[in-house]
Design a protein around this ligand. Structure first.
Ligand code: NAG
Ligand code: NAG
Ligand code: FE2
Length: 229
């Protein structure tokens, strides 16, 4: 019941906000910075708009609405882009086949939106001195454009940039860092969700992978050992 109420609020917020974009459909948009793929990508995730809903912490967590538009370099919307997303669960684990992963398609105006929970922290540092900042992985595919592989980060995370245990990751890049806005149904603080806007700009191309480092399999590989404990 509570979840439903939050979702209704969410959808009306979305509709209101999408109108603000009208009139911003030409110009120059910088292609989104690529990032490492990491070892947890699995092809063909299920289609869903709610990621991590089977996480045991889903009900008690602050939900996160991730929304934005898929655009080309002329800032024109791209409809029907396939957006694959995956992330660590609440506890910082990836050892699941499809709990916190899925795909969705961009709609009219290039808009997309999905609900999830805040991704947990984990380390790729064998000494566990450094951690990865919370992040959501994205892989975005549409014919006529290069495939973008990237990660979305959160402003204020103490593990961004030089403090990221993955030194080859792009957590120092401003265009990948979102600033969550918090919305609450009342003043109790019990019925709240956060919203972030993450616009994705694709570069015209022949469908090759745009990934920061194609030899990326070791960048997050220690996760497997560490989260397995
Ligand atoms: C990295 O961590 C140090 C110590 O915790 C902190 O002072 C610094 O602001 C952090 N740097 C970034 C980019 O977050
Ligand atoms: C696709 O484009 C990339 C550069 O964006 C180039 O390196 C690659 O050779 C191209 N592949 C084909 C099949 O044309
Ligand atoms: Fe990751």
């Amino acid at each position: 019941m509570i979840l439903k109420a939050v979702f209704v609020v969410t959808v009306s917020a979305l509709l209101t906000i999408s109108c603000e974009y009208i009139g911003q459909s030409s110009g120059h948009c910088k292609p989104t910075t690529a990032d490492v793929l990491g070892p947890y990508y699995y092809p063909d995730p299920p289609k869903r708009r709610q990621i991590c809903e089977r996480d045991s912490a889903f009900r008690s967590s602050v939900h996160l609405l991730v929304r934005g538009r898929v655009l080309n370099e002329h800032c024109r919307p791209l409809q029907n882009a396939k957006i694959e997303v995956w992330q660590a669960d609440h506890g910082g684990h990836y050892l699941f086949k499809d709990k916190c992963r899925g795909y969705l398609m961009s709609g009219p105006g290039g808009h997309y939106a999905f609900m999830t929970i805040h991704p947990g922290h984990y380390s790729t540092d064998p000494k566990r001195e450094l951690f990865r900042p919370a992040h959501v992985h994205f892989r975005v595919v549409i014919p006529g454009y290069d495939i973008l592989i990237t990660q979305m980060y959160f402003k204020g995370d103490p593990s961004l940039g030089v403090n990221d245990s993955c030194s080859r990751c792009s957590s120092d890049k401003k265009d990948l860092i979102v600033d969550p806005e918090r919305f609450c149904a009342d003043t109790s603080g019990l019925y709240c969700f956060e919203m972030v806007t993450f616009d994705i700009v694709l570069r015209a191309g022949n469908g090759s992978d745009v990934v920061k480092d194609t030899d990326d399999s070791s960048a997050e590989l220690n996760d497997i050992v560490l989260v397995g404990k």
